[in-house]
Ligand binder design. Structure first.
Ligand SMILES: [Zn+2]
Length: 401
């Protein structure tokens, strides 16, 4: 349960974007440098500068020095000074807010993902384990720079319950936020590593006994009954690009995508799609066939359907990928419907995505993903199929070939 977004950065910018930027910058520089008198702009001129402007033309080096000197002509203000202690207090507060926001985002993804993983357990083959509906963490879950902020939000060296889903069966009194875990099935829990080790058994058998210290300091214990779920973690990546992807065992969703999804119903569509990639064995198959380039496209590319230019893939492989994407859209919709999310919003979600990324509207055989009109139209059909099954009380099982 590491908050990946806080501990690692991952670049997903496609190189074409970078080269376009470099070209734009060089055009900008050549325009600007062709007329040195505009380097700082007419507004920066003051009477002394007129003389200096003439010098620019005669002495190139002096011009640069004069330019620096001319910056001294800007009107300065006498501002109140802030002391170092005030800056440090503010820094600590901002780190705390950043950590709280990251944690809230991770909990949102975990909560929606947990519902989908349980609802889709029978679709995930052997990739299943029990889940107990609680999210636990300790201070060490976070990277070094966030240690103080973690303390500020109440985290210490012991593993603590941070969130509990109410729909799980347990003894009374039940597990609560801020309970500290002391022991699981007789195995002592002193840090997150020992917690993960102690959970291996319960993940397999589906029930556990936990000794706790309540927030009041009182010792207590609780029995929990697990529910079978797909064994895929969902982690948040701190990146502004609107994207999500799967690696066969985990799914990753960017903060950009979390901001883009307006409701948990939309988030469920995205997570359902990514869980389906894992459940349908897409990543395993691509790896087995050594389609490294395509994997890269999937990682860079973009849940959004934006064309990466086919740089990493060849046409045949891409056609293959488009089938995978369509299958994941379809199965993801079933997972979302089973978990009780509103699926009628799916076509409109793709319309919103299209408006944001107009490049994805055109049919493109080199793209790894179907175009947004194809996705929206196919999803409309799938929504009809699922609603028909719901109306007739039939099981929500996707049609396999
Ligand atoms: Zn996909």
């Amino acid at each position: 349960m590491v908050l990946a977004g806080l501990s690692r950065q991952r670049s997903t910018s496609p190189s074409p974007t970078l080269s376009v930027l470099v070209v734009q910058m060089s055009v900008w520089f050549s325009k600007r440098s062709s007329s040195s008198s505009y380097l700082i702009g007419p507004d920066a001129e003051c009477p002394k500068e007129r003389l200096k402007m003439n010098l620019y033309k005669r002495f190139g080096l002096l011009a640069a020095v004069a330019l620096l000197f001319s910056l001294g002509c800007a009107t300065r203000l006498s501002r109140p000074e802030s002391d170092n202690a005030a800056v440090e207090t503010e820094r600590r507060e901002q780190l705390k807010l950043a950590l709280t926001l990251a944690l809230d985002r991770q909990i949102r993804v975990w909560r929606v993902g947990n519902k989908l993983r349980r609802a889709g357990a029978d679709l995930c083959g052997n990739d299943v384990r029990y889940t107990f509906g609680f999210f636990a963490l300790d201070r060490q879950t976070f990277s070094e720079e966030y240690q103080k902020a973690a303390e500020d939000i109440g985290l210490g060296p012991r593993v603590r319950i941070w969130e509990v889903l109410p729909e799980f069966e347990s003894s009374e009194p039940e597990l609560r936020k801020n309970d500290e875990i002391v022991e699981i099935d007789g195995n002592p829990v002193s840090d997150f590593k020992s917690f993960e080790k102690a959970m291996k058994g319960p993940f397999k058998v589906g029930n556990l006994h936990m000794n706790l210290i309540r927030e009041s300091g009182e010792r207590s214990s609780v029995w929990l009954k697990g529910a079978l779920a797909c064994d895929y973690r969902a982690a948040v990546l701190s990146e502004d690009v609107v994207n999500a992807f799967a690696d066969g065992q985990n799914v990753f969703i960017t903060t950009g995508m979390l901001r883009f999804t307006e409701s948990d119903d939309e988030l469920a569509l995205v997570l359902g799609h990514e869980f389906s990639h894992n459940a349908l064995g897409h990543v395993k198959q691509l790896k087995a066939q050594s389609l490294g380039g395509l994997l890269l496209d999937l990682a860079v590319g973009v849940f959004t359907g934006v064309n990466t230019g086919g740089i990493f893939s060849q046409l045949g492989r891409v056609a293959f990928s488009q089938e995978f994407e369509a299958d994941s859209d379809y199965m993801g919709l079933y997972m979302a419907a089973r978990a009780g999310y509103e699926i009628r919003i799916a076509p409109n979600f793709w319309r919103r995505m299209a408006v944001e990324h107009p490049g994805s509207i055109q049919k493109n055989y080199m793209a790894t993903h179907p175009s947004t009109p194809e996705r929206a139209a196919a999803l409309k059909e799938s929504v009809g199929e699922i609603e028909d099954k719901l109306r007739h009380g039939r099981p929500l099982t996707p049609q396999y070939k």
